[in-house]
Design a protein around this ligand. Structure first.
Ligand SMILES: Cc1cc2nc3c(=O)[nH]c(=O)nc-3n(C[C@H](O)[C@H](O)[C@H](O)COP(=O)(O)OP(=O)(O)OC[C@H]3O[C@@H](n4cnc5c(N)ncnc54)[C@H](O)[C@@H]3O)c2cc1C
Length: 381
């Protein structure tokens, strides 16, 4: 058994930490205030290979393992939690394309994602269907040689900036088997966008997208008719552990800052870290963080080994965001009044991580997956 990163992974982690400190951290709070994806961010991340982590080298990607993608999410989120969304989305979408698209589709679609020229989004959620996504209503109707998409997708990460999207739409009857998947250009003449005024993660521009007869060439369908739902959901297994590590990165950097504050801040003539009322909560959360981090990396390690990892990924997704909220809240309290100001990044991290308690599926969905594995499918409602 080996709990460490290998020398290459460790060197990569160090290099990313330097990049993130220099190029991402200085913009974290300003981008939140501006509430828009900073021009140049995706290009900077692409330059570091962060938009092509899971894309093969022949398509301009890094061909990195899942563990390495987890390292990237963790390190980037220490500096700028919201920049980690770019890693999560590009890795998830390139995985879906890699596993399900034809050779010609992969060769055409993956290089621009790896280079940062194209920013993709994932359109599953609708106003009437979130957790019960298999009931989605957006229609794709055949129109000669092409399809036309009509309907509304909502809560789309990077929705205001994305150039392309994987869109799930109904081409057949009820349920998951009636759903197909398309990779579309978000042509402004047929897709209108409105941004949410969000509590956190404001720079990712979460948006509703209104499709008004968007024409989609037939060769933009991924897989066969009615094969879309399962192929995208399989990708979520993997992205859930990456999301977990993004949340834990934001929590760990907050804990590191709180520990330093506990050494430096004096009260009653001594450092506050000498009060067990201050040090014990930090000790407890350091322990929980380590446990949750192991679960996330185990899921990714299993994925790299070709082993089942749905249960571990579900554990990561339900535990890590929830734990990150608790840790960051405790760190804010450890700082006292100073961290209640928007001048501190801690309050923003707290707002930001809450979003990923919901995004990519709530804790309840993850617990359904875990329960099903523990008890058997007949116990899952
Ligand atoms: C920051 C963020 C980013 C997102 N990014 C994207 C994106 O890029 N693309 C995209 O398509 N969507 C995205 N989403 C949407 C997200 O996937 C949905 O919000 C999520 O699936 C839950 O759906 P809902 O919000 O409609 O809640 P609902 O499904 O209405 O659920 C409401 C509550 O009921 C609970 N619940 C529902 N069903 C059950 C059940 N069977 N058992 C127990 N409890 C249940 C839920 O856990 C939740 O607490 C994002 C959301 C957020 C917050």
């Amino acid at each position: 058994m080996d709990f460490g990163f290998d020398p290459d992974e460790e060197a990569y982690r160090q290099a990313l930490r330097q990049f993130a400190l220099k190029s991402l951290a200085p913009h974290y709070q300003g981008d939140d205030k501006a509430a828009r994806l900073r021009p140049g961010l995706v290009a900077d991340m692409a330059h570091m290979g962060l938009t092509g982590l899971r894309i093969r080298e022949e398509y301009g990607g890094q061909e990195a393992g899942a563990v390495v993608a987890g390292i990237a999410a963790e390190e980037v989120s220490r500096a700028d939690f919201n920049a980690a969304y770019v890693i999560v989305i590009t890795a998830l979408i390139s995985d879906v394309i890699e596993r399900n698209a034809s050779t010609a589709q992969r060769a055409s679609w993956l290089p621009p994602i790896a280079s940062g020229e194209t920013l993709p989004a994932l359109c599953v959620t609708e106003p009437g269907h979130g957790t019960d996504a298999a009931q989605l209503e957006m229609r794709a109707v055949r129109d000669g040689e092409q399809w036309r998409l009509d309907g509304e997708k909502t809560s789309i990460t990077l929705g205001m900036s994305a150039d392309t999207a994987i869109v799930l739409a109904r081409t057949g009857g009820e349920g998951a088997r009636g759903v197909s998947v398309f990779y579309v250009d978000l042509d402004e003449h047929h897709v209108k966008r409105t941004q949410f005024d969000d509590l956190g993660a404001r720079s990712i521009g979460r948006a509703s997208l209104y499709f008004d007869g968007l024409p989609v060439p037939a060769d933009r369908m991924i897989g066969g008719i009615g094969e879309g739902f399962v192929s995208v959901m399989e990708g979520f297994d993997y992205s859930r552990a990456i999301i977990g590590l993004a949340c834990l990165g934001a929590a760990q950097v907050s804990l590191d800052e709180a520990l330093q504050w506990a050494r430096d801040r004096q009260a009653f003539g001594q450092p506050i870290g000498q009060f067990q009322g201050v040090s014990f909560p930090l000790a407890e959360y350091a322990t929980y963080l380590r446990g949750a981090r192991h679960v996330c990396y185990e899921a990714l390690w299993r994925k790299d080994k070709g082993m089942p990892h749905s249960t571990e990924a579900a554990m990561a997704k339900f535990w890590a965001p929830k734990l990150a909220v608790e840790v960051i809240h405790q760190c804010l309290l450890t700082f006292g009044h100073l961290a209640y100001s928007t001048e501190s990044p801690i309050g923003q991290r707290l707002r930001d991580v809450i979003g990923l308690e919901i995004g990519d599926g709530t804790a309840q969905v993850s617990k359904l997956v875990i329960s099903r594995q523990l008890l058997g499918r007949e116990f899952a409602s």
